[in-house]
Design a protein around this ligand. Structure first.
Ligand SMILES: [Zn+2]
Length: 271
């Protein structure tokens, strides 16, 4: 349900503004990707009538572009092989490897953060000022096992491909380092909107990992109505088809009705 809520919000929001909606799958980490996930997402979106204006975009298909982006940042980067233990869970990287300018195997690529004050405006959460070397410090853009990191891949895609990004606020903190990378890559950042994510009463995000109930794709009409309700919209008690629900949702979509927190999932949401 959590991913349907975010997908539906971004769909309604961009469609009401006359834009195109694209689905991007962030599938760069082979260790964390369930091989059935792609099929599952595709089926679930299709069951709810949510089809993208263009093919689904897979980050795993852009590895060459990400490597080029990494090389473009070479002057700002150094190689690092610090272990987790060495860093002892410190919040900011202490800079032990800053002198390592030559490639070596089994080293990550770390980008140097600067002290320039920056700010971005989130459409839902408002202005967010940040200073790179205080907020996130030097961070890894390429892993020691030779994989692009989520930060670099996402910064590249957001700056390169998208004009508007609407996603769950669990990704809000990631925005500042990604904007930093976009600026260094000379890319124009999109407009960012972070909306609340569906959470258990204790604040844990609803996901497969936290054993949230799976979305029943056999009841897409009820799911859409339920998702709209959670998003603070006021869906009528109607027996609409999937297409009629989406038409209603785009027509009556009110961005400013999205609540500051989404009510926890309960049976009552199926009223
Ligand atoms: Zn290091």
């Amino acid at each position: 349900m959590g991913s349907l809520v975010t997908a539906l919000a971004s769909f309604c929001d961009i469609k009401q503004r006359g834009g195109d909606w694209f689905v991007r799958i962030d599938d760069i980490d082979p260790l964390r990707i369930d091989p059935n996930a792609l099929e599952h997402i595709t089926k679930s979106l299709a069951a709810h009538g949510l089809s993208g204006d263009g093919p689904m975009q897979l980050q795993s298909h852009r590895l060459t572009e990400y490597a080029a982006a990494r090389d473009q940042l070479a002057d700002l980067c150094y190689f690092c092989n610090c272990s987790r233990k060495q860093l002892q869970g410190g919040r900011l990287y202490p800079g032990y490897c800053r002198h390592k300018q030559t490639f070596a195997p089994d080293h990550a690529v770390r980008v140097t953060a600067d002290h320039k004050p920056r700010q971005f405006l989130d459409r839902h959460k408002g202005p967010y000022p940040f200073v790179a070397n205080e907020h996130f410090g030097d961070f890894i853009i390429w892993r020691r096992d030779d994989l692009v990191t989520y930060h670099l891949a996402t910064a590249y895609d957001d700056g390169h491909t998208h004009s508007h990004v609407l996603r769950g606020e669990d990704l809000f903190e990631m925005t500042a380092p990604q904007l930093f990378l976009m600026e260094k890559l000379g890319l124009n950042p999109p407009e960012y909107t972070h909306i609340p994510v569906l959470a258990f009463p204790d604040g844990t995000k609803l996901s497969k990992r936290t054993h949230a109930p799976a979305l029943n794709t056999a009841t897409p009409e009820a799911n859409l109505r339920n998702a709209l309700h959670l998003l603070g919209q006021q869906p009528p008690k109607a027996t609409f088809s999937v297409g009629q629900w989406l038409d209603w949702a785009i027509t009556y979509w009110r961005f400013d009705a999205i609540p500051q927190a989404l009510a926890p999932f309960s049976e009552a949401d199926y009223d």
